[in-house]
Design a protein around this ligand. Structure first.
Ligand SMILES: Cc1cc2nc3c(=O)[nH]c(=O)nc-3n(C[C@H](O)[C@H](O)[C@H](O)COP(=O)(O)OP(=O)(O)OC[C@H]3O[C@@H](n4cnc5c(N)ncnc54)[C@H](O)[C@@H]3O)c2cc1C
Length: 641
């Protein structure tokens, strides 16, 4: 298959893109609802009836979520963790006893063997009490050792590592470096095979490694020797399970943030760290692909936690808006207040819908959920930030005051400002908003690149190009004509106005596919550099997809006699429609060119910062053991008996 054309890019840009391209998953058993969307095909077959959690699985989830909730109610104090900057040992012990460090690990390896949906339900339950603790659990399982080993590990690796992590040996994931954030291809941490081939020797520095301070095992991504592909050296990134007590590992610093104050996040230096050859995950050079595949499910933590949190936020705001009277009326009865209540409540429904949908697909297995997971992450991390900000506005001065301070002066404490600070990072990690836009744009273009990519590929032969031209000549006229003709899809059986909105989404899906196609033809391979155009196209797609899912979910509920979400859905559909109209307008009329010109002047007028040296300090609390059975985490647990 042809990838994007790289000849207009600098060598470094092309290299980064090549590494990203090499890491894309190509083989999936089923088509993606979202991928067909960008080709103009709005098919509700995968979303109506709306996929729901299996009854049996739900019962299991209900029981364990209740147990977790009771435990958290009694022991997990988010405000205390925020004040003290650490999660108490009793939480680790309690979670280990409940099996929460191995939620998705199969029972045969000592885990609970629960579904993706129940995993997310548990994370959201913990997140309601404390986001730092939820982040610990999620970094440990979504990106730490359990998921990559479950998906890509050998039987020996599963037997060796999964029971350890399920028991409570904390794991972490180290990809980011001081000079390699969104662009992993620029990483410099390297792993070299020892002369006897028995070990890998790792050298480098990893930044912001969540759980890094207390981890017993770390999944480390490092560059391994380049591979020659078609006569050209290709960068290789590989993944290793590293014992955090190995000689040569130094925690240089515990990083502190605006939120998530209890995070055990580290800057880590690796100096000649010896890792047994059998700790390589998957094959050499597959590290990034492993990380990205792992993240498909991993990204679903943020939407699930945001959805559950926003439900409670909405209930709280409703009560507050009814209680607080100003200018002779409850603030929820002023039209500004009413709008805020509607936005928070309907936004919560929308987040829950995309989250439930993506988790249900993940549980089905074999379905390409890359785009749905990225959409859920992008949509929810942006929306929860907006909803929390809206809630703070509705609370006025009390929204800005801390929970502790409110309680001390005898008022109802609701940690909205803490939640806002905690939620901010969701727009940055596990693929920043900008990177999610680029990722979704790449996938949105995939149908066209598969069809016409070799026309722009300088490596393609003349006969390849000729055949592609022929193929395009046969395909595109009919495809384009179909997008122009009125659709006769009527969505009978859907209650009005849901059916009306579905027809509208169908027509806008065609318009979106045409808009993308026009820009591909007019701008060619350089479209990749028009990020703001691509972002608008992606945002339109995301809005339309969520609209479609909300309509399908609520109709499914109506079919079984429930109408509790109908009004929320109608509000959401109307407000999303207005946003989509605006985004279409901005596609043709915007200030992108002026922004490019102004920023070029701005960049030309300043000098970059000097590169800074990392001081060779050592984090004072770090304890080194010699073998895993004496890991720092298990020491904590042993002390507690
Ligand atoms: C609390 C916290 C926990 C974390 N936990 C972990 C962890 O456990 N393991 C781990 O490996 N990492 C972790 N990270 C790192 C996180 O994944 C990175 O912060 C993230 O990948 C972004 O990288 P960066 O911060 O270096 O930003 P940069 O890549 O420097 O980006 C800066 C800005 O530029 C934008 N940008 C970058 N490239 C492009 C582009 N091509 N086009 C347009 N815009 C672009 C970004 O979106 C961002 O807005 C954590 C970070 C934080 C803050």
């Amino acid at each position: 298959m042809s990838g994007p054309d790289l000849k207009h890019l600098s060598e470094k840009e092309a290299e980064s893109l090549e590494v990203a391209e090499d890491s894309r998953e190509l083989k999936w058993k089923s088509k993606s609802f979202m991928a067909s969307f960008f080709m103009g095909d709005f098919d509700i077959g995968l979303s109506y009836p709306f996929p729901e959690q299996d009854e049996e699985d739900k019962k299991i989830g209900d029981v364990i979520c209740k147990v977790v909730e009771d435990f958290c109610q009694e022991h997990l104090d988010g405000a205390q963790i925020e004040r003290e900057g650490a999660i108490p040992a009793k939480i680790f012990k309690g979670f280990a006893e409940l099996g929460l460090f191995g939620i998705k690990i199969q029972k045969e390896y000592g885990g609970l063997g629960l579904s993706q949906t129940n995993y997310i339900r548990i994370l959201s339950t913990v997140g309601y009490f404390c986001n730092s603790t939820q982040a610990l659990l999620s970094a440990h399982q979504s990106i730490g050792v359990p998921q990559p080993i479950k998906l890509f590990g050998t039987e020996e690796q599963k037997k060796k590592f999964l029971p350890l992590v399920a028991k409570g040996h904390i794991s972490a994931f180290a990809l980011t470096e001081p000079n390699a954030g969104s662009d992993p291809a620029s990483m410099t941490t390297e792993a070299k095979l020892s002369e006897d081939g028995k070990n890998w020797i790792i050298n480098g520095v990893k930044l912001w490694c969540t759980n890094g301070v207390i981890a017993d095992l770390i999944v480390v991504m490092a560059r391994t020797p380049d591979k020659i592909v078609k006569g050209k050296a290709r960068k290789q990134i590989s993944a290793f399970v590293v014992d955090a007590r190995s000689e040569g590992i130094k925690i240089l610093h515990q990083c502190r943030f605006m939120g998530l104050k209890g995070l055990e996040n580290a800057l880590i230096k690796f100096t000649n760290v010896v890792v047994p050859a059998e700790n390589l995950i998957g094959a050499e050079g597959k590290g990034l692909k492993i990380a990205l595949t792992t993240l498909n499910d991993g990204r679903l933590g943020i939407p699930g936690v945001a959805a559950k949190g926003s439900k409670l936020l909405s209930e709280y705001c409703q009560r507050w808006a009814k209680t607080r009277v100003q200018w002779g009326k409850a603030i929820g009865e002023h039209e500004e207040g009413a709008d805020k209540l509607a936005r928070i409540d309907a936004g919560s429904l929308a987040m829950e819908t995309i989250s439930n949908y993506a988790n249900a697909l993940a549980d089905k297995g074999g379905i390409d959920i890359r785009m749905e997971a990225a959409t859920a992450k992008l949509f929810s991390s942006e929306l929860i930030w907006d909803l929390l900000d809206t809630a703070i506005q509705l609370r006025g001065g009390r929204g800005y005051e801390t929970e502790d301070s409110l309680k001390k002066r005898g008022e109802q404490g609701m940690p909205i400002e803490r939640a806002l600070r905690d939620a901010r990072v969701n727009r940055i990690l596990e693929g920043s908003t900008e990177v999610m836009h680029l990722f979704l744009a790449r996938e949105a273009l995939d149908g066209h690149l598969k069809m016409a990519g070799s026309l722009f590929d300088k490596r393609a032969s003349f006969s390849d190009k000729f055949l592609t031209l022929l193929k395009c000549g046969l395909y595109y006229p009919f495809w384009y004509l179909k997008l122009l003709l009125p659709s006769f899809k009527f969505y009978f059986g859907f209650k009005s106005p849901l059916s009306r909105y579905l027809r509208w989404i169908n027509s806008r899906t065609s318009k979106l596919a045409r808009a993308l196609f026009h820009r591909m033809v007019l701008i060619g391979p350089k479209l990749e550099k028009r990020q703001l155009t691509l972002t608008r196209i992606v945002d339109i797609g995301v809005e339309l997809v969520v609209m479609g899912l909300v309509a399908c979910r609520v109709q499914t509920e109506l079919d079984r006699g429930e109408d509790k979400n109908f009004k929320k859905a109608v509000y959401w559909l109307k407000s999303a429609r207005l946003r989509v109209d605006e985004l279409f307008r901005e596609l043709n009329n915007n200030s992108d060119k002026e922004a490019r010109e102004l920023s070029q002047d701005l960049l030309n007028s300043v000098a970059p910062f000097e590169e800074n040296e990392i001081p060779d300090i050592s984090h004072p609390n770090r304890e080194f053991g010699s073998d895993l059975s004496l890991g720092k985490q298990s020491e904590r647990l042993n002390k507690l008996g």
